[in-house]
Write a protein that binds this ligand. Structure first.
Ligand code: SIN
Length: 282
């Protein structure tokens, strides 16, 4: 049974999206700097709901988007993705009729292959298809909580390799980035991580980047990873968000995964993404 969450704010209104995770946030204008009080409430809601959808937004000027991101910490530089002209901190999400792939089509936590993967990601959408182009999110706290005690015990202390060459090599060639100028990081992280702010444990593996459980044979690792991926992707932990123009989503990569659905080809979808640097998972 999911417990009701606190919604005790003075300057924002948080409307739960679903009992498991997500909230629509009203009363905040992100196109301008927000007060310290409002920032503190946004941060509290972020820790409560894991993914926030800021509604009724104007287009956020690029520098303001960057500045808002920096209030949560230093920004993260994506190792491979194309950036916005004049704003290297902004990753442009863009799919057109000429795209060979769209971003984030499989379940993942952003750039989990980094030694210090992103804390959170802020995406504002500026061009939407007539329908479709939803983004799904899943709750990695609940995925951990629901594991049986013997499996929790087995995972305790295990680490996994998160790799990216299979994802990033050639990935953005249709957007002008070639293999020579990209870096493909890989890193080892605990399979169960503890959130530094909430103290809650989450399952930290994803089928995009997690390639091997360290210390196991390949067949053991493949079987256990597949079991964990399927478990973490269970429909009970998911929400599916339908965007409105200028909505800004802000998700916590430490305790949720996401997946973008490319069901709108040949229509166009475009947005700007700022990513906040995280800490080494523990
Ligand atoms: C991503 O950042 O992984 C893509 C999200 C989206 O395009 O909805």
């Amino acid at each position: 049974m999911v417990q009701p969450k606190s919604n005790d704010y003075n300057t924002i209104s948080a409307v739960p999206f679903a009992p498991n995770l997500g909230a629509e946030i009203y009363g905040v204008d992100l196109s301008e700097p927000i007060s310290d009080e409002q920032f503190a409430e946004v941060e509290a809601a972020f820790h409560t709901y894991q993914v926030l959808f800021f509604k009724e937004q104007k287009e956020i000027p690029p520098q303001q988007h960057i500045d808002f991101g920096k209030r949560f910490g230093p920004l993260h530089a994506h190792p491979a993705a194309p950036t916005m002209a004049g704003f290297p901190e902004i990753f442009e999400i863009h799919a057109t009729k000429d795209s060979k792939v769209a971003n984030g089509e499989f379940w993942h936590s952003d750039v989990s292959c980094d030694e210090t993967p992103p804390l959170g990601t802020m995406l504002q959408m500026h061009i939407l298809p007539p329908c479709g182009g939803d983004t799904m999110f899943s709750d990695s706290y609940a995925a951990y909580d629901d594991l049986s005690e013997p499996i929790k015990k087995m995972l305790d202390g295990l680490t996994a390799l998160h790799s990216s060459e299979h994802i990033y090599k050639g990935r953005y060639s249709d957007r002008g980035r070639n293999d020579k100028d990209i870096d493909c990081p890989e890193a080892t992280h605990p399979i169960v991580r503890t959130h530094p702010d909430t103290g809650r444990k989450s399952l930290f593996v994803n089928r995009t980047f997690t390639t091997k459980i360290n210390g196991l044979s390949d067949s053991e690792s493949d079987a256990i990873l597949e079991m964990l991926f399927q478990h973490a992707e269970h429909i009970d932990y998911q929400i599916r968000y339908r965007w409105s123009l200028n909505d800004m989503a802000f998700w916590d990569n430490r305790c949720c995964m996401h997946r973008a659905i490319w069901d709108y080809w040949p229509a166009e979808r475009k947005g700007r993404r700022v990513t906040v640097k995280g800490e080494r998972p523990v």
